[in-house]
Ligand binder design. Sequence first.
Ligand code: FE
Length: 146
Amino acid sequence: MQQQGSSNPYYSRTDSAKLDLPDSVWKKVLPPDVYDVARRAGTERAFTGRYWDYEGTGTYYCAVCGNALFRSDAKFASSCGWPSFFETVRPGSVEYRIDRAYGMERSEVLCGRCGSHLGHVFEDGPPPTGRRFCMNSIVLDFEPDE
Ligand code: FE
């Protein structure tokens, strides 16, 4: 699942330096399906991603840059068809932007390191946060615990 060792030279699990690269660069190093979601704010079809009902124990990283995003203990079973989490691994893991596409006002979730689109966050999640980070599997990289 991990992109390390692939043709993406910006992927790192240890380098936290922010990346501000144009889409033309990402287009060269990302697989087309990852690029469409990450850089074009696409959405994978519900119930098609590899993690929507996955229950492994470990950490989810940004598939574009390797930034740590979520721990599996913050993942919950959601009927929406996308992997859902109630909190990020740390406050700066992601950034937010108002998304007014499709006649809705939603809170878009972007990777805190590379700025890629990950999904949206809603306020109908479970305790303790009441939040539901609704993510696209294709932009997540799961690494099981040792
Ligand atoms: Fe990222």
